[in-house]
Ligand binder design. Sequence first.
Ligand SMILES: Nc1nc2c(ncn2[C@@H]2O[C@H](COP(=O)(O)OP(=O)(O)OP(=O)(O)O)[C@@H](O)[C@H]2O)c(=O)[nH]1
Ligand SMILES: [Zn+2]
Length: 213
Amino acid sequence: MTSTTGSAGPGDETAPGDDAVAKPRFDHARAEAAIRELLCAAGEDPDREGLQETPARVARAYQELFAGLYTDPDEVLNRTFGESHEELVLVRDIPVYSQCEHHLLPFHGMAHVGYIPNEHGRVTGLSKIARLVDLYAKRPQVQERLTSQIADALARKLDPRGVIVVVDAEHLCMGMRGVRKAGSTTTTSAVRGIFRSSSSSRSEALSLIRDGR
Ligand SMILES: Nc1nc2c(ncn2[C@@H]2O[C@H](COP(=O)(O)OP(=O)(O)OP(=O)(O)O)[C@@H](O)[C@H]2O)c(=O)[nH]1
Ligand SMILES: [Zn+2]
């Protein structure tokens, strides 16, 4: 099994029993110590009653929020099946919760993912598309990279005629701090194949994404 993240990344250790390829995993003890240290740095007392279990809780939360670092995207898309459908398949309004890699604050919104299968009609289960979005969202991210990683994984595994991905999201680092523009949203798109070369295919998909018709 190959790792998705190469050699760099948090918890960069070999999982027990996997001596063939170094597979990164979340280092819970290290994360817990770091959260305790952060509380100290903020002038808090990590031993006061309300905070005693916080480092362990936050470490568990981050293990979940960064779970996408430890899953191979190719595994998610390994199960495909033949279905003679050579028109658009579009999954709209997939909820996205990610963390901006600059501030480790959430950005959240919706992803819309469409593709046109190739002439062999290889399609994937609809849930696998939502799993793919989750996998790339659950890691320190920027919205542009999230969008293109989803498109590239689908292009690589399904060899479709085209892929279109649109993500609309609000970044809390722009709302609750810094420039404080709560409610502003960012839209990113990535198009591959026919959606790049044909403006009419792209417009049709975009209007389905926006209006459902
Ligand atoms: N392009 C892009 N920028 C992002 C994303 N998430 C956060 N940012 C931006 O990353 C930038 C980081 O800017 P810096 O100047 O290094 O950090 P900063 O001083 O905290 O910036 P401010 O947020 O402006 O206070 C900010 O402009 C954020 O709005 C993202 O997904 N894509
Ligand atoms: Zn940010």
